[in-house]
Ligand binder design. Structure first.
Ligand SMILES: [Cu+2]
Length: 338
């Protein structure tokens, strides 16, 4: 008997440890760069508050239902008349849910205007979801656009209005740490306002299945102080740097000779394609191919040579047939475009 008991205790301990471990894993998923429960923006804060209220409410209701169930198994079947049973059904089954759900609906509707109101907006950014990357255009005060791709930087503490659309299929723009998600629908422009409350790297993702490489389209979001942001944007507005080293110059020649410019723009060169991402400052980005690879020379080389095996169904041919020295030179040229 003692043996059995100690075995049981051991089993309970193991179970406890397992539970502890999975709880830690679960909670660890709540901080980091992509968590709606570790908000870094006003929209995400309201959403997190709503979530905790709803989770708390669900817990209370669950406890209530369990209490009644437990009571029902213990009580004598004749102990209650039909009248009180009817009140339980009308009260608990109709009045209570109507009151709770109406309250939640009103709260949700009250949150909505501030999530998309364009009052006091300091910055406007147009983002278009493509298969499988993000076209990003910063609107300057004079109305011109500074085009970049696959990365968004924002000044901290300011309201930023995003105009979201798509030329192909439905995507969804979501930076969980900063705010809610909004669909990008062909033929429509949807608005989303984000207001980051702290600096830091965050991560955005496509939240609507859009095809084979849907899971390979994310983007880094960097929230920075206003002056650093202004310096960054001023750099992005400039045309591409002219390469200085011999290797990078050879890379530029190979880039222009192999037809990359039919799909890619590098401002300041004759490459002016618009099918793929603007590469004018691709070397300054934190990741390559929409969060798929790190942004180092090696990754550029791999991407240009094997785009399709890195990202299935990608709309860029692989250039693996080019001589290795050309691939290498292009990788050095592009990663040098700071
Ligand atoms: Cu998508």
């Amino acid at each position: 008997m003692w043996l059995q008991l100690s075995k049981n205790i051991l089993r309970a301990r193991q179970w406890q440890r397992g539970f502890g471990l999975s709880l830690t894993a679960l909670l660890a998923a709540c901080d980091g760069q992509q968590s709606a429960l570790n908000p870094g923006g006003t929209g995400a804060e309201s959403i997190a508050t709503l979530f905790w209220w709803m989770a708390g409410g669900a817990l209370v209701i669950w406890a209530g239902v369990m209490g009644i169930a437990l009571y029902a198994t213990q009580a004598h079947p004749e102990a209650h008349g039909i009248r009180s049973a009817r009140w339980l059904i009308i009260g608990g089954g109709i009045i209570f849910p109507v009151v709770v759900l109406t309250g939640l609906l009103i709260y949700g509707l009250m949150l909505m205007p501030q999530l998309s109101s364009s009052e006091n907006v300091a910055l406007r950014i147009d983002v278009s979801g493509e298969q499988w990357w993000w076209r990003v255009r910063y609107r300057t005060e004079t109305g011109e656009a500074i085009e970049l791709a696959n990365e968004v930087r924002l000044p901290v503490g300011e309201r930023v209005a995003f105009r979201l659309t798509s030329p192909d299929v439905i995507h969804s723009f979501w930076v969980p740490s900063l705010g809610g998600k909004v669909d990008m629908i062909p033929g429509r422009t949807n608005q989303l306002v984000l207001e980051p409350t702290r600096t830091g790297p965050f991560r955005g993702a496509c939240a609507e299945y859009c095809g084979t490489s849907h899971a390979l389209m994310s983007f880094p979001v960097v929230v920075m102080p206003r002056d650093a942001f202004d310096r960054w944007l001023a750099e992005q507005a400039k045309p591409a740097q002219t390469p200085t080293s011999e290797l990078q110059q050879a890379g530029r020649r190979a880039f222009l000779a192999n037809g990359c410019g039919a799909c890619h723009q590098v401002r300041g060169t004759e490459a002016d394609g618009t099918v793929g991402p603007d590469l004018t400052h691709v070397g300054s980005r934190l990741s390559l191919a929409a969060g798929t690879l790190p942004a180092d020379v090696e990754a550029f080389k791999r991407w240009i040579g094997h785009s399709g095996s890195i990202k299935p169904d990608v709309r860029m041919p692989a250039f693996g047939m080019l001589p290795a020295d050309q691939l290498n030179a292009m990788a050095h040229y592009l990663s040098g475009l700071k």
